[in-house]
Design a protein around this ligand. Sequence first.
Ligand code: G3P
Length: 214
Amino acid sequence: MKLFADTAIIGEIEEVSTWGIISGVTTNPSLIAKSGIALTDAIQKIVNLVDGPISAEVAEGNATDMVQEAKVYAKMHKNIVIKIPMTLEGVKAVKQLTALGIKTNVTLVFSTSQALMAATAGATYVSPFMGRLDDLTKTDTAGFELVKDIKEMFRTYGFKTQIIAASIRHLNHVDQSIKAGADIATIPFHVLKEMLQHELTDKGLAIFREAAKK
Ligand code: G3P
């Protein structure tokens, strides 16, 4: 499973880019607002930091408007992936962008039916939102089941669309993404840092440090 950074905060992307293990970045309007810079400025900076797919989200609207906006971002860099909301107009836009050779990431996916429609339209990626589905269902497994079911569906029907497990809030979501066979997990900075840690690693290091003194 590839690791993407789910952030538009340039300082965070600068830091994770030095780790050498981040293959892409996803942004959305909320993350752009949090970053305090305009989407196009963020894109310009991010493409210079991470050499991999960078998702830039268009404003929700009709297919024609979304395709127009998408073309502007796609022209900015070869790695740009257009993030499109999972609506009927979004599906139409994905179909058109696919025909133009522009990569897409269909976002706000909460069911296998939605994922099937997005994949049928030619989406390069679909983003099931694990955390938000768990919130809605008040469970800690609904997001996992969704990613697992989409994976099975894509395998059964031979879709090439890749799954980006999104709305990841904690380490359990990362583990569940792995178990469900997500192709990619897009992960907030604080969870990426938590992934490095384990109390037994710290304890083991302390023991080795003491031993080394002797
Ligand atoms: O990857 C999508 C993500 O940015 C949404 O996360 O925590 O707002 O549901 P969240």
